[in-house]
Design a protein around this ligand. Structure first.
Ligand code: C2E
Ligand code: CA
Ligand code: CA
Ligand code: CA
Length: 279
């Protein structure tokens, strides 16, 4: 039994070593990726459920690593956050998204919001609001066309620094939305306090809404609250017509998901937007 225990311990430490080695390799690859410009943004349309126009797009990062091949955001974003590399990646994403937003405005004859995901780690830079201001000025994008996607937990963070930065960003005229709404710990009082412009109902509620009564109830409640508070609401992960009809009936403003479009490159976007608005 003693030797078996030792063997187990050995296997366990080998697994830890493997995990640590994998992490190290990915961290090296991330640094290389930043230096070599290996990241790309794809854009997923957000479509009005009331009149079928495209109201916005969300920028979603893609990484084709020279050493690791294609790595999914869910695999590398957590490590980028842990190592702080997300600050450089996030700044690149903001810049690229604002420049592309100008191109997108030329594709359609109405305003299209550019939504960019911001990591909580980016709020540790105390000059974040100035950097955003500079990026907006350099790109020429109107602040009201930029929307920052935050997680709910950002709002309840007890660091008053983060909250002060959030207020400064708000005061630039940039829109704020809450990502994955319903999965975190914020309350409506935070939503009101920070004058949040838009809630994004988490995909998990939408995908279960058709079959699961409690998910349907959550979806209905979020849409009802948002409407009463005059906050816009967008449903994530809309995949089929039944979900779209259900959301439209409840008065949800917009939808985003594979039913409308997968995330697309900037080059693919003109045809995608045309296709969506012709319907
Ligand atoms: P998220 O912000 O919740 O983004 C939505 C995710 O759902 C995206 O995954 C999108 O491709 C996927 N999706 C969209 N419509 C559908 C649908 O109808 N069905 C299903 N099953 N999925 C759908 P993606 O692109 O893999 O991104 C994953 C997460 O990585 C994002 O979740 C976000 O948290 C993070 N992320 C992506 N880009 C960035 C970025 O530039 N900065 C930061 N900080 N995080 C990012
Ligand atoms: Ca998001
Ligand atoms: Ca989301
Ligand atoms: Ca999510």
């Amino acid at each position: 039994a003693k030797s078996a225990g030792r063997n187990n311990l050995q296997i366990f430490t080998e697994e830890l070593d493997d995990a640590a080695a994998r992490k190290n390799r990915m961290e090296d690859a991330l640094r290389l990726g930043i230096a070599n410009g290996e990241f790309e943004l794809f854009y997923q349309p957000q479509v009005s459920l009331q009149n079928h126009t495209v109201t916005g797009v969300e920028a979603l990062i893609r990484w084709n690593s020279a050493t690791l091949g294609v790595v999914l955001p869910l695999e590398f974003i957590p490590l980028a956050e842990e190592t702080g590399l997300i600050v450089a990646i996030g700044e690149w994403a903001l810049k690229t998204a604002c420049n592309d937003a100008i191109k997108i405005q030329r594709m359609v004859d109405h305003p299209v919001t550019m939504a960019v995901n911001l990591s909580p780690r980016q709020f540790e830079q105390d000059n974040l609001s100035q950097r955003i201001e500079l990026i907006l000025a350099e790109s020429g994008l109107a602040p009201s066309l930029l929307e920052i996607e935050l997680t709910e937990n950002m709002l309840v963070s007890d660091t008053s620094d983060a909250l002060a930065i959030l207020n400064r960003i708000r005061n630039l005229g940039v829109r704020l939305s809450i990502d994955d709404f319903g999965t975190g710990f914020s309350s409506m009082s935070y939503i009101v306090k920070f004058a949040i412009d838009r809630l994004k109902i988490d995909r998990s509620f939408i995908s279960a809404s058709v079959n699961d009564l409690s998910c349907r109830t959550v979806t209905k409640a979020i849409i009802g609250l948002a409407r009463d508070l005059k906050i816009e609401v967008v449903a994530e992960g809309v995949e089929d017509e039944e979900q779209r009809a259900f959301l439209a009936r409840l008065g949800c403003d917009d939808g985003q998901g594979y039913l409308f479009s997968r995330p697309r490159t900037i080059a693919e976007l003109p045809a995608t937007l045309r296709g969506l608005e012709e319907k």
